[in-house]
Design a protein around this ligand. Sequence first.
Ligand SMILES: [Fe+2]
Length: 308
Amino acid sequence: MLPHPSTAARALAMTTLVGAAGAAYAFGYEVRAYTLRRVALPVLPPGSAPVRVLHLSDLHMTPAQDRKQEWLRSLASLEPDLVINTGDNLAHMRSVPVVLDALGDLLEVPGVFVLGSNDYFAPSVRNPARYLLPDDGQRNTHTPRLPSEELREGLRSRGWRDLSNRRDVLETAGLRFAFAGVDDPHLEYDDLATVAGRADPDADVRIAVAHAPYLRVLDAFARDGYDAIFAGHTHGGQICLPGRGAIVTNCDLEPARAKGLHRHPAGSHPGDEGSSWLHVSAGLGTSPYAPARFACRPEASLVTLTSR
Ligand SMILES: [Fe+2]
């Protein structure tokens, strides 16, 4: 007769089983459970009709990701008035035509973009535990360069405005939008001095854009009077605690604001001088070397701008 396993052995077996089930779910299902998150953002002049903004981020696309490409292509049916793309589109040398093709009819819509570190440098094998640790300050800049200029040109040639350390103005849905953006703060490519200054007071709405939501960038845009700041990079924490949320953001933003709509500075209220809305996308992808998400679905966001 076999001896009864000890309580410790049973607990270990159960923990291993739960861990294996969680990993199977995170790698096998959730990482491809693409979700549209909808949110209302009250920044328009009183009496304005709603404006639909599609916020895309962190596609981390490889040519083989057919389902992600198909899901992305389907978003054109939302008929947004504006697309905001906050970078990290690429995860492969041959991904630029794939991304442009998957954006499809969205490229007919007015759009703005900035690039992220993963548009500049190829992904590499790194310790997956790094995703659960605070930002280690190391930057992935020793890998081959990705065709970031081909991506930039591809988007620009379809009329999307490049906001890398630039300000711009465009009209959509009958409203005048003033934009400012920075190149990726995670790589310290942000040049805040070139975009500094009071946001255009004559615009109907003022929006700032960055890939990685570092506090120095959020502080500067909020101080300059932007109504809302859009960012990505955090992947929403990517591996989250159910019911509790993100553990890390891979930058100096605190985990409580890793995704979704919040205020900046945290705790400020609309109308407070030097404050802004902050919308962070959890993004649609992951590094191909860490293809797992837990309690943090891959997402695009339909942000409906409404009257203040
Ligand atoms: Fe990313």
